[in-house]
Design a protein around this ligand. Structure first.
Ligand code: URA
Length: 424
């Protein structure tokens, strides 16, 4: 078998065989196939797509590229959640401890930032001392004790995705339905949760831009889940503007803490309760309506917040020491009117550029930088009134291109609905 033939075949839009896909994944994981060759194959997949059998084989080959987690020593059902990624998407940081505060097991493996979108592991690593790796024994012990543990790609779990994910981040091959489906589902299968909720984000700030593409992705993920006897529910949600108000690693942790103390933004609250009630329902015998009530109670009595602190402390972190970048610039509107649109991907790119994300695999992250939005879509703003604050470590800041992220006009616009569809 030869990787050049495989690349050529995909470039010419011809379906790859099971053997070819398995060979490409195995030999890339082993280091025989080089980064530049895999980048070419990923780009050909991005441009020409994959058939259902190709996606199933790709996911299976990635899932089998390393070990799988034996979580059988965890008592009870485990539920997982994953997002396809967005700007300001700190949902996991709020949702996972909240669900765990009801005694539901959340045993979760998360990823780093991808393209202009942030990643849960980078966000958690902004908490001084927080450990995103641990032994399987400690992981299962922690879930049995406090119902929640979250790690990065542990040990030799799905090493193919670990390598491909990092490569996609810096080669313009992030936005691809087959690559997203196989990346997410190979990790979900290997981490052994019986049921999972996938938040498929749609819009300018997301990897998926249209509802049709989101439905195709949901179709792949549910099909893969069924094949391995896992319950998968896909929730299609809006990413036409950032979620909540904070964007950037430590800032998103800060907003999550505030949320669980009861100071929440409406959009994030609605998303957390929708995803959370499905997760609780899948893992227990209670209805989604009842689950929603219990989750709301645990926001208001701060049991969710206590669970977040317990989880962070168990993994060595200290929330008190969270650091935000010291230089703050206020970005003011140059006109009066309603915010019609926020160019969310562009805003995500700016946050990446000031240090919150990577351009090369080896780049280190500046955890404290980011943005806090003062205004969102539908809000009225006066000329010279603040649109956002930007937190950086540098002395000067060119703000012209930040203003280009906002479209302001004279008529009021309704926000796009937050939840589009739930596909079960
Ligand atoms: N999350 C993942 O784990 N992989 C993707 O490709 C996109 C989002």
């Amino acid at each position: 078998m030869n990787i050049i033939e495989i690349i050529n075949q995909k470039r010419e839009k011809r379906e790859l065989s099971k053997e070819q896909i398995e060979y490409a994944i195995k030999e890339y994981t082993n280091g025989v196939i080089k980064d530049y060759q895999m980048s070419a194959l990923l780009m050909a997949i991005c441009i020409n797509g994959m058939t259902d059998p190709e996606v199933l084989t790709l996911t299976d080959a990635m899932y089998r590229s390393g070990e799988t987690l034996d979580l059988s020593s965890i008592h009870g059902i485990k539920v997982d959640k994953h997002s396809t990624g967005g700007v300001g998407d700190k949902t996991t940081l709020v949702l996972a401890p909240l669900v765990a505060s009801l005694g539901i097991n959340v045993a979760k493996m998360s990823g780093r930032g991808l393209g202009h979108t942030g990643g849960t592991i980078d966000k958690l690593e902004s908490i001084p001392g927080f450990q995103t790796t641990m032994s399987l024994e400690n992981f299962t012990k922690q879930v049995n004790k406090i119902h929640f543990a979250l790690v990065g790609q542990m040990g030799n779990l799905v090493p193919a995705d670990k390598k491909i994910y990092a490569l996609r981040d810096v080669t313009g091959t992030v936005e691809s339905i087959p690559l997203i489906a196989s990346s997410i589902m190979s990790k979900k299968l290997a981490s052994s949760a019986e049921c999972m909720v996938i938040d498929i984000k749609i819009g300018e700030g997301a990897l998926i831009k249209t509802i049709e593409d989101a439905r195709t992705l949901a179709h792949f993920m549910i099909k893969i889940g069924n094949q391995y006897n896992r319950k998968v529910v896909c929730v299609l949600t809006s990413m036409h503007e950032p979620l909540g108000t904070h964007i950037g690693n430590a800032l998103e942790v800060k907003e999550s803490i505030e949320f669980l103390k009861g100071n929440y933004q409406k959009d994030l609250y609605e998303l957390v309760l929708t995803l959370g009630s499905i997760m609780v329902h899948l893992a227990s015998s209670i209805s989604e309506k009842e689950a929603r009530k219990k989750l709301e109670e645990n926001i208001h009595n701060q049991k969710g917040y206590q669970k977040l602190v317990e989880f962070v402390t168990s993994q060595g972190g200290n929330l008190e020491q969270l650091e935000i970048a010291p230089k703050v610039f206020s970005v003011k509107s140059t006109q009066t009117g309603y915010i019609q649109k926020i160019h969310t991907q562009k805003l995500g790119e700016i946050v990446r550029m000031i240090g919150a994300g990577r351009y090369q695999k080896e780049d280190t992250i500046d955890y404290g930088v980011g943005i806090i939005l003062t205004k969102k879509v539908g809000d009225f703003v006066l000329e010279n009134e603040e649109l956002l604050k930007i937190y950086v470590n540098q002395k000067d800041m060119e703000i012209g291109h930040i203003l280009e992220c906002f479209e302001i006009g004279t008529h009021f616009v309704e926000k796009a609905p937050l939840i589009y569809e739930i596909i079960r």
